[in-house]
Design a protein around this ligand. Structure first.
Ligand code: PLP
Length: 400
């Protein structure tokens, strides 16, 4: 007579949400915390989008919408995919969800049979393996070391495909490493997939607008148009338009899969919030200056944070090509001893040490499938980046 289903035994709470909760709890207890866990823009939704949302509420967008999303938003998504990604979709190949996250969850629920395998390159966004497990699938984690730029190689993919492989999950720009796949890299992955027609691809491109310097975002289907019939493109408004709390995301893919995802929406959430959908359509069709400003802002912070972290003995990182995270090796801190005589045995210990001795909250690499690393978010102000790096440098200098 246990209230919680055995099905849930396989799931962990999201490590990033748990870390944020820890930072909030410390702050509530009166500690001065520097939070490098943030997975969302640190500025508000641009004013013109907020106004569109208010206007939508005032003009009666207060009811249920079609479960696949309003025609207006789906049309705006079709236009966006054409304009920004060069991809052509029909309305029945697009579905709106309450964020990209439920689109991914529903896609897995709609497609996985018991024991189907899902290839997830590590480091990965924390939710993929748990969402696969919850839907009866088996995550097949493929280790992608720093020496490969944290990216899946064609050879590693070949080695991990089996007759049971249902999906390959690609995420470029990547959370947590910021790795961005080039056209050539995507093409070499596609060359493998062409030989394995039973493998589908879920390409999560939610950070597409945050790529820096000469780095360009390439959508998988730009490099491999022939994979269109078995690819689900996932994207959303959360990061690009600082709209995390509005909960709007979408998927574009084969009509049969889109229909199955929509069926799940009809029996679960019914639809994404009506006014949020109206604001999202406005965001996609409206001026894009805000997206560009975000990118510029993050680029400066990225350069600064990487320089500051690399100046700390024992921490090492490369410039991430995209997203708003630095994935830094702390291998150089492991094995050292704190003032209280505790040996730092792994990245989890380093995370605790930084929290306790520096007041800086970060997320351990273990949670992303790659130990000895930490994820530092630079979706925070320059002054917080400085304050945090000063505190880390001071705490590290006390290590034996
Ligand atoms: N995909 C990745 C890689 C993410 O990092 C996130 C959010 O952190 C999401 C998807 C979910 O975004 P949404 O807010 O649209 O659900």
């Amino acid at each position: 007579n246990e209230i919680v289903a055995t099905r849930l035994a396989v799931v962990k709470p999201s490590a990033s949400l748990a870390a944020k909760a820890k930072a909030d709890a410390l702050r509530a207890a009166g500690r001065d915390v520097i939070d490098f866990t943030t997975g969302e823009p640190d500025f508000p939704t641009p004013q013109h989008i907020v106004e569109a949302g208010v206007q939508a509420l005032q003009s009666g967008h207060t009811r249920y919408t079609a479960s696949a999303g309003t025609p207006a938003l789906r049309q705006a998504i079709v236009r966006k995919l054409q304009r920004e990604n060069g991809l052509s979709y029909e309305l029945n190949e697009v579905v709106v969800g309450s964020g990209a996250k439920p689109i991914i969850f529903n896609a897995l629920m709609a497609s996985l049979n018991e024991g189907d395998e899902v290839i997830i390159p590590a480091p990965y966004w924390v939710s993929y393996p748990d969402m696969v497990l919850l839907n009866g699938g088996t995550p097949k984690i493929v280790y992608c070391p720093a020496s490969d730029g944290f990216k899946l190689t064609a050879q590693a993919l070949v080695n991990s495909i089996t007759p049971k492989t249902k999906w390959l999950v690609l995420n470029s720009p990547n959370n947590p490493t910021g790795a961005v796949y080039t056209h050539a890299e995507l093409r070499s992955i596609a060359d493998v997939l062409v030989k394995h027609p039973h493998v589908h691809v879920l390409t999560d491109e939610i950070y597409e607008h945050f790529v820096y310097g000469d780095t360009k975002h390439v959508s998988l289907l730009n490099a491999a148009p022939e994979l269109r019939d078995r690819t689900l493109v996932v994207n959303g408004l959360s990061k690009a338009y600082a709209m995390t709390g509005w909960r709007v995301g979408y998927g574009a893919g084969p009509a049969a899969l889109i229909k199955a995802i929509t069926l799940l929406i009809t029996q679960t959430t019914t639809c994404a919030t009506a006014a949020a959908q109206a604001a999202a359509a406005f965001a996609l069709d409206g001026p894009q200056v805000c997206v560009d400003e975000g990118r510029q802002l993050y680029m400066g912070r990225r350069d600064h944070m990487v320089a500051r972290l690399n100046a700390i003995e024992g921490i090492e990182c490369d410039l991430p090509g995209g997203a708003f995270y630095v994935f830094a090796s702390v291998a150089g801190l492991i094995g050292r001893q704190t003032r209280l005589g505790k040996t730092l045995k792994n990245d989890l210990d380093v995370t605790e040490f930084l929290r306790e001795d520096a007041g800086v909250v970060v997320i351990d690499g273990t949670s992303y499938g790659l130990p000895s690393y930490l994820r530092f978010s630079f979706a925070t102000s320059m002054s917080e980046i400085d304050r945090g790096c000063d505190a880390i440098a001071a705490a590290v200098s006390q290590l034996e």
